[in-house]
Design a protein around this ligand. Sequence first.
Ligand code: NI
Length: 174
Amino acid sequence: MSLRNIIVVPDPLLKQIAQPIETITEDVKKQALDMVETMYDAPGIGLAANQIGCLNRIFVMDTNYRKEESSRKPIIMINPEIVWKSEEISVMEEGCLSIPQQYAEVERPKSVRVKYIDIDGEVREHIGEDLESHCIQHELDHLNGILFIDYLSRLKRNMILRKVEKMKKDGIIL
Ligand code: NI
């Protein structure tokens, strides 16, 4: 496995729609495992393919990333699809590895059921609540070219984009 470079706003790949995966090839498996390693290394609780510059529909997630390496249970979702959302809403502060060090509250359904294909090609379903629900929706948004800052006012979004630009200029981030 190897670490992949995480792209940062305003990279246009973050605004593009990722395409469904038709066959789980060795390359797809390697990409997924690299994404898991890259997510833990960052560290983050989720990572979508667009963020490493791949426009295919994979994301990885582990909302308990702080636990011991030996007990990690990353979930790899290929071609994920939300099949149910709760009416109940949850508001949580979100961040994104592609928008470093910036956080804002985002409103989303409190629970979701997601259908996906795992790395062995099995169709699976997973119910995410609270933080996991936010994470699933945030990562799925990435695959559709949507970022959490797109839910904010234009004023707030531009403020965040300017801060990231300044951090790049100052050499704080790459
Ligand atoms: Ni993100």
